[in-house]
Design a protein around this ligand. Structure first.
Ligand SMILES: [Zn+2]
Length: 524
């Protein structure tokens, strides 16, 4: 199958009907495609990134003006078809003796693996041997259709965790977060959803010719068996969208069967692939335009992509994912920063956008789970943006301090010798973040819509946040301690802990400052 000319992407059209399209059909305006309809959430994220990468590589707008023209009116499908056609030769999924999509140029030998090992949660060899694959059963996926195989290849190559000796991690590190700007209007077409995430040529160098510097599988693999690394200066900037750390070649197939993942009948399905370690070792200051990074303020260490978090993504991550979190050195992805400062203007008159953030929570080479969240984003003048960052930062810092007090005192109420107990308190944290989330976003919205010349946030914002933190902290403490089973209940210890909690809260410098700001009537 050719991934440019063939029909393989499962989608939903405006009238609600499912369809299978070729990539250029995203621009059709008659009963347009509104959403990708992948069989798994990680595939959904991968297909979005694959199509954004394809647009970026073949159809990047010259400047923001041209971007806006295509935002108003999608290109003719034939125009897109012609643009994509120039890379068609590189997008054969299965090509004997020729380049094949995201597969090693030339891999005569290697270890044979079952096709299910392409899936990121697949039990590794050792897990199978130890018989520990409780969560992910072996022999569930024996054959994959071309569509699922292509998507699994992209998902693995773009997210690749460390896979044992010489099995290299993805260009953004193992299991990076991806953040895409997503239009809120339910009627938005897939074209709009993708086009919002394509940078113009002024911000990302255009491809002069399509070769292995951009699509690495078009040439011999830049191997790493002697410690060789591949850094951004070795390749073209567009390479970031097509990283290929793993050496893979599809091998055994079968005919006329049902795909074990999507359940669709296919003429040809894949059962095995060949793989070898010491593929491309990405090193150096890689920055993927769709991923947020943590920067070392001393500029000694390389930027690190932000990853999925145990406990999920919440408003405490909002600053770093959507703007900048000076405390940690976290900065939003290039595409998000561009939206904040420039592109967001397209939404002034019609609706707005949100940030769609997704990724795995990886425990080394194992995928623990998949997270996705939506966050607000705001297009603001620079001074407003800076104010919003500072104000939101104050609210989040205060909450972080309160969650620490709460966790400590719940522990003190639960255990006789809390300092000796390693108990997992993450459920208390999670409850607190969840309970305060809606209020945070409500206040954030108010802060983001203040007039441009506002210098200080209104007192009522601080007063409201103070009350939220106080109320939720006390409520969660009570539920967590008094809901314990009676025989474990030591009322005296609980009452003491509660007293301490109040003392810490009302005595805290941060809380006192928040309260003081809350009593200021108006912006000074
Ligand atoms: Zn399938």
């Amino acid at each position: 199958m050719n991934l440019i000319t063939g029909h393989w992407i499962p989608v939903t059209r405006q009238n609600g009907h499912a369809d299978i399209i070729a990539p250029w059909q995203i621009a059709e305006t008659d009963n347009p495609v509104v959403e990708i309809n992948a069989p798994r959430p990680d595939f959904q994220g991968a297909l979005y990134q694959l199509l954004v990468g394809l647009l970026q590589t073949c159809f990047a707008p010259e400047d923001e003006e041209q971007w806006q023209e295509y935002w108003q009116d999608a290109p003719e499908p034939e125009t897109l078809q012609t643009s994509f056609a120039k890379v068609a030769f590189a997008f054969e999924l299965d090509a004997k003796g020729a380049p094949a999509f995201l597969q090693d140029f030339d891999l005569p030998d290697g270890e044979t693996k079952a096709i299910s090992a392409l899936l990121i949660e697949a039990p590794g060899g050792k897990t199978l041997k130890d018989n520990l694959d409780h969560f992910i059963k072996r022999d569930q996926v024996n054959q994959l259709c071309p569509s699922c195989t292509a998507t699994a290849l992209f998902t693995l190559q773009t997210n690749a965790p460390s896979g044992g000796v010489g099995h290299r991690v993805g260009l953004r590190g193992g299991g990076p977060l991806t953040t895409l700007i997503f239009p809120k209007a339910p009627s938005a077409s897939l074209w709009h959803k993708l086009w919002l995430n394509v940078l113009n040529q002024e911000d990302l160098e255009v491809a002069e010719k399509i070769d292995a510097r951009i699509l690495p599988w078009l040439g011999k693999t830049r191997v790493s068996d002697k410690g060789q690394i591949t850094s951004p200066s070795d390749v073209h900037p567009l390479h970031t969208y097509w990283g290929m750390p793993r050496r893979i070649r599809l091998t055994t197939t079968c005919e006329d069967a049902v795909c074990d993942l999507c359940g669709k009948q296919a003429e040809k399905l894949y059962r095995e692939f060949r793989t070898k370690n010491y593929g491309t070792n990405y090193d150096g200051a890689w920055l993927h335009p769709l991923t947020p990074y943590r920067f070392d303020p001393k500029k000694v260490n390389l930027p690190l992509s932000l990853k999925g978090q145990q406990g999920g993504l919440g408003y405490r991550h909002w600053l770093g994912l959507s703007l900048q979190d000076a405390e940690n050195g976290d900065e939003a992805a290039q595409i998000v920063q561009f939206y904040n400062s420039e592109r967001g203007r397209v939404f002034r008159d019609h609706g707005s956008a949100s940030l769609w953030c997704f990724g795995y929570d990886m425990d080394n080479m194992k995928a623990r789970c998949w997270y996705e969240s939506r966050f607000p984003v705001y297009y603001l003048a620079e001074i407003q943006r800076n104010n919003l960052m500072a104000w939101a930062g104050e609210l989040v810092s205060a909450a972080k301090e309160v969650v620490k007090m709460l966790r400590g005192q719940v522990k003190a109420a639960w255990f006789r010798r809390p300092e000796d107990v390693k108990g997992d308190m993450s459920q208390i944290d999670a409850q607190f973040w969840q309970a305060t989330e809606a209020d945070f976003y409500r206040l954030l919205e108010q802060l983001a819509t203040l007039p441009a010349d506002t210098r200080m946030a209104p007192g009522k914002i601080y007063a409201s946040w103070y009350k939220t933190l106080e109320r939720q902290m006390l409520r969660i403490f009570e539920t967590a301690t008094l809901a314990a089973t009676p025989e474990d209940l030591d009322l005296k210890r609980i009452v003491n802990a509660q007293k301490n909690l109040r003392g810490k809260f009302y005595g805290s410098k941060t809380m006192k400052a928040l309260k003081a700001k809350g009593t200021t009537e108006e912006a000074a």
